[in-house]
Design a protein around this ligand. Structure first.
Ligand code: FES
Ligand code: FE
Length: 446
């Protein structure tokens, strides 16, 4: 089947729980995703702790585009397209660094974000041979770097959208905010208390990018994949057996927004704490104390402990210790680049940082034992889906169809049992809305 542009949204039938494989393997569908989703949606581009000082930069991605996240001399954060306006050369070729001006290695044009020097961040300030070769006739103001019009610092995380009409970030997030906060306001609701530590891990996976956010939005069903890891025991406590087997869980989804999470059922007692670091009493005491502070300060709703969640389209996170952020950058229909950011309290004792870092290394990233299970599933599923015959058969997302329940006090949210595909249906329904080119008024109603 060849997907037609006008019918992209019909590749998803969320009501029936059916999603065409073209959504995962088709080049034209992929190009439309870049234009209709990644050029409009709010995207996670980095964390403020990666650029703590003036003139620091961190190279990130928004869809297929390379962007520069940078802090100016006045402390403001900007997102600029990482492409010189002369012949398109990639300006920043290092992953991160510090530069007073962004100077192009090809012919030497340079750009500045210094508010003392320029009115518009990214303005062209230096052109070799301006007086001689250009005869003083180049309009420098017209050739500054392309600047992303919408940039928000939300509790240390930086988000951006290319769409001038995009709604405020908090409207885009809706009440999913409460669960993202679990990862960001880890201590007790104070802002800016976390930092990305140990660098950002980046690697490529031969799979469609959507396999990852649809997994993190609440795919408890795939736990069988991690059975061998659970038997070996790599958790923070180094304990063996099924992870959190005794815990009751549920998925919470936001049908109008495309976000969702897998969480522990609401807690009612302050001491309802999941012991994680039983082999490290000092670390365990730290996390127990923080849990108690959060229960006190953040109220009942936050007592749903987020295990994992997804912000549509391509950012996911672990909401409780150990906390991470993952981003899935589209490269082609059958390849993505995955980035992992590891979060820790800035002022945590060294023993906490060490224990957390060790756990991250065992669990996450291309060499992490749990993460590598998932990477295998996604890449083999993509490979097996792209051949001419196989791609004619849709994927099944029918688990728990019609069994979601509204949640009192939580705007636009529904809950399902711990094992359900409701959240995946919510994700692909949102995907279809964006692919249909709906207006923001329809995407974020009043
Ligand atoms: Fe950048 Fe020519 S491409 S100065
Ligand atoms: Fe997994």
């Amino acid at each position: 089947m060849k997907a037609q542009p006008e019918s992209y949204s019909s590749l998803v039938d969320a009501d029936q729980g059916i999603v065409s494989r073209e959504v995962f393997v088709n080049q034209e569908v992929f190009e439309q995703e870049i234009a209709r989703i990644f050029a409009r949606a709010w995207l996670f581009v980095g964390h403020e702790s990666l650029i703590p000082n003036p003139d620091d930069y961190f190279v990130s991605r928004m869809g297929m585009d390379s962007v520069i996240l940078t802090r100016d001399r006045q402390g403001n954060i900007h997102v600029l397209l990482n492409s010189c306006m002369h012949r398109g050369m990639k300006l920043c070729r290092h992953d991160q660094g510090n530069a007073r001006a962004l100077t192009c290695p090809y012919h030497g044009w340079s750009y500045s974000t210094d508010g003392q020097l320029v009115e518009t961040p990214g303005e062209l300030v230096g052109v070799p041979g301006l007086a001689t070769h250009y005869h003083g006739q180049l309009d420098k103001k017209a050739w500054g770097l392309v600047r992303c019009p919408n940039v928000v610092n939300y509790k240390g995380t930086i988000w951006a959208s290319w769409d001038k009409e995009a709604p405020p970030f908090l409207d885009y997030l809706g009440d999913m905010k409460h669960y993202l906060d679990a990862a960001l306001d880890h201590r007790d609701g104070r802002e800016g208390g976390s930092e990305v530590f140990g660098g950002v891990q980046k690697w490529r996976v031969k799979c469609n990018w959507k396999f990852a956010p649809e997994n993190f939005i609440g795919d408890m069903y795939h736990d069988i994949s991690h059975r061998s890891v659970d038997l070996v025991g790599i958790g923070p406590s180094v304990g063996k057996g099924r992870r959190d087997a005794s815990r009751r869980r549920m998925t919470i989804g936001f049908p109008g927004l495309g976000h969702g999470l897998l969480g522990q059922l609401p807690h009612t007692a302050e001491d309802d704490y999941v012991p994680l670091y039983t082999k490290h009493p000092e670390v365990e005491a730290y996390f127990r104390e923080i849990h108690a502070a959060r229960v006190r300060n953040l109220g009942d709703r936050m007592r749903v402990q987020t295990s994992v969640g997804t912000i549509f389209p391509n950012m996911s996170f672990h909401g409780r210790q150990p906390r991470t952020i993952a981003v899935f950058h589209p490269i082609s229909p059958t390849e993505m680049e995955m980035w992992r950011f590891y979060l820790v309290d800035k002022d945590a004792p060294q023993a906490v940082k060490d224990a957390t870092r060790h756990y991250y290394l065992r669990y996450s990233g291309p060499a992490g034992m749990t993460e590598s299970d998932d990477l295998e599933n996604w890449s083999y599923a993509t490979e097996a889906s792209k051949a001419p015959l196989a791609r004619q058969y849709a994927y099944n997302y029918q688990m728990g169809l019609g069994h979601a329940q509204p949640i009192e006090g939580l705007r636009g949210a529904v809950q399902s049992g711990d094992v359900s595909e409701e959240n995946q249906r919510i994700f692909y329904s949102r995907w279809a809305d964006f692919m249909a080119g709906k207006s923001w008024a329809d995407l974020i109603p009043g």
